[in-house]
Design a protein around this ligand. Sequence first.
Ligand code: 5GP
Length: 194
Amino acid sequence: MAVELLEERIRRDGVVKEGNVLKVDSFLNHQLDVALLDEMGAEWKRLFADRPITKVLTIEASGIGIAAIVARHFGVPVVFAKKAQSVNLDGEMYTTKIESFTHKRVFDVIVAKKFLGPEDHVLIIDDFLANGCALNGLIEIVEEAGATVEGIGIAVEKGFQGGGDALRERGYRLESLAIVESMDADSGEIVFRS
Ligand code: 5GP
C-alpha cells in the first residue's frame, strides 16, 4: 500500500533534475505529507516487526520528519545525527564524516554518546539513498557506539547509483519503499524497479 502510494506520488509530483537529482520537496522533504509518511511508517513497522528496535537513527535535516513518524510506530525515540562545521572532540560525541550528495561538501557528523550505546538495536531511516555516503556514516556511528544495526529503511533509493546494492551485499537488511531504476531529466520519465 505505502509502496504504491509513494511511487504514484513520485510519478505525479516528483521532478527529475539534472545531475541525477530527484526533487520531491512538495511531499517528502520540504513540505511534508504527514498522512503519506504515516503510511510509510506503518509499512516499515510491518517489515521490521521481527526486529527488537530500541531506537530510530537519522541525519538532519530531511530525514527527521520521516524518522519521527517511524519512531512513533515503533514506540521508541528518534535520534538525529547533527552536521557540524568543526567539531570539538570532547569525548562526549561519536563522530564521522559524510560527503553530501546534494551539496558536494564534507560534513562532520556527530551524535552524543548519551543517546546511543551498546544496548541499542537501531533502525536507520533516511529520505534518499544514492551512493550510500550518508548511510555509511550512520552505520559507522552505530558501530562506534557498539550498538546493532537491525535494519535500514529508505523512502527513495536511486538504484542506478549503486549504494543500496552495495549495502545489501554487505548483509544489511535494507528496505527501500521506492527504488528508481532510471530517470530522465529531459522527458521527466521515471522507471521503478519492480
Ligand atoms: P548518498 O549519501 O547515498 O550519496 O546520498 C543520500 C543523501 O543525499 C540523502 O540524505 C539525501 O538528503 C541526499 N540525496 C541524494 N540524492 C538525492 C536526490 O535525488 N534528491 C534529493 N532530494 N536528495 C538526495
